[in-house]
Design a protein around this ligand. Structure first.
Ligand code: MN
Length: 164
């Protein structure tokens, strides 16, 4: 099964990088507020550059102008594309090109269905919306993006990687 990873990236602006393994790369969105488990929430997800698969386990301190900061693996696990169109399955690459992707995550903090839909908000087609599908993985009371601060791989926090 392909994988997903959500990296908590404490940069000039804190965000969560959602990455889905599609056609051999990690297709990526920056989600400022992080994924929500509440199907009523619509989270902005800004399409960003693909990353290579070996970045999926990366944690540490990174440089650069915009992205400088620390990265932890906030959640990871299996990713299943379940997009359909007119009753038939649509491959993940085609769904991405169409601007609508429905998928299941099998992570520790995120599970069940999610949908990503490209919008043209602010005249920018990099702006997508991430929504939780209302299923057994939905939870209106829990808000892991704000309460869970550790890596699921190492137990470390972003702060642990700050250079001093
Ligand atoms: Mn980032």
């Amino acid at each position: 099964m392909p994988i997903f990873v959500v990296q908590r990236h404490d940069a000039s602006r804190l965000h969560f990088d959602l990455r889905l393994e599609i056609d051999g790369v990690l297709v990526s969105w920056a989600v400022p507020k992080g994924p929500s488990l509440d199907p009523r929430d619509k989270r902005l997800a800004v399409f960003t550059e693909d990353h290579s698969l070996d970045y999926a386990g990366f944690e540490g301190s990174i440089g650069g102008a915009y992205g400088a900061g620390t990265v932890i693996v906030w959640d990871t696990g299996g990713f299943e594309n379940v997009t359909t169109r007119q009753g038939g399955p649509v491959g993940a690459g085609a769904a991405l090109a169409d601007g609508h992707l429905r998928f299941l995550l099998h992570g520790r903090r995120l599970s069940g269905g999610f949908a990503l839909t490209r919008t043209n908000m602010s005249g920018d087609d990099r702006n997508w919306i991430l929504v939780k599908i209302d299923d057994e993985g939905a939870d209106r009371r829990r808000s892991p993006a704000t309460t869970e601060l550790t890596s699921v791989l190492s137990g470390r926090t972003n702060q642990d990687f700050e250079q001093r």
